[in-house]
Ligand binder design. Structure first.
Ligand SMILES: [Zn+2]
Ligand SMILES: [Zn+2]
Length: 187
């Protein structure tokens, strides 16, 4: 029964969280994973609660976006929690490397080279736990605000802003400077 309630809560939060993805702010996050009941009470801590269900040895896990209006989205998340808004910059270089490598592999598996991975800045997120949005890149999203990197280890980790990444000619474009980035992805 309790499991059913937890699943229902998880579905409800995902529906709520992704309905207003662009008008939230997680800079004041205080998810306390030592008190699981507090995670359930704060909807911005729901992905922290999801991470707690994953074995500690599993460094990265994936969730399907449960918003029915976004059937083509996958989330990639680190198992580890970091304080506050869990910025990518608070993960170690190794942890970021593992996260990006897993996310890129999953993206390529689903969409060949037509994928993009987006990370929203902490002023425009509804969830505290770090998460990358994986999806199919929409047409006509290219702009001039990118750097080119050749390995996932070179993907930068901005402290507050977001970024999005996609493959171009065997390298990666990392588009920087925006808070809202998941809008480059097919829903
Ligand atoms: Zn967390
Ligand atoms: Zn680009």
């Amino acid at each position: 029964m309790r499991t059913r309630q937890i699943v229902l809560c998880a579905v409800l939060f995902l529906l709520t969280a992704v309905r207003h993805p662009l008008d939230a702010d997680v800079r004041g996050c205080q998810c306390d994973v030592t008190h699981p009941e507090s995670l359930a009470a704060q909807k911005e801590c729901s992905l922290c609660a999801e991470a707690e269900k994953v074995p500690a040895y599993q460094e990265v896990f994936f969730l399907k976006d449960r918003n029915p209006t976004k059937p083509n989205r996958i989330l990639a998340l680190p198992r580890v929690h970091t304080p506050g808004a869990h910025p990518l910059s608070s993960l170690s270089a190794d942890q970021r490397h593992v996260l990006w490598a897993a996310a890129l592999a999953r993206a390529a598996e689903a969409w060949g080279d037509g994928w993009a991975i987006a990370y929203n800045g902490e002023e425009k997120r509804t969830q505290c736990h770090a998460h990358l949005h994986i999806g199919k890149l929409l047409p006509d999203q290219e702009n001039e605000h990118f750097i080119v990197v050749t390995t996932v280890g070179d993907i930068p980790a901005p402290e507050h802003a977001g970024l999005w990444v996609h493959p171009v000619g065997g390298k990666l474009h990392v588009h920087l400077g925006e808070q809202v980035n998941e809008t480059v992805l097919e829903r």
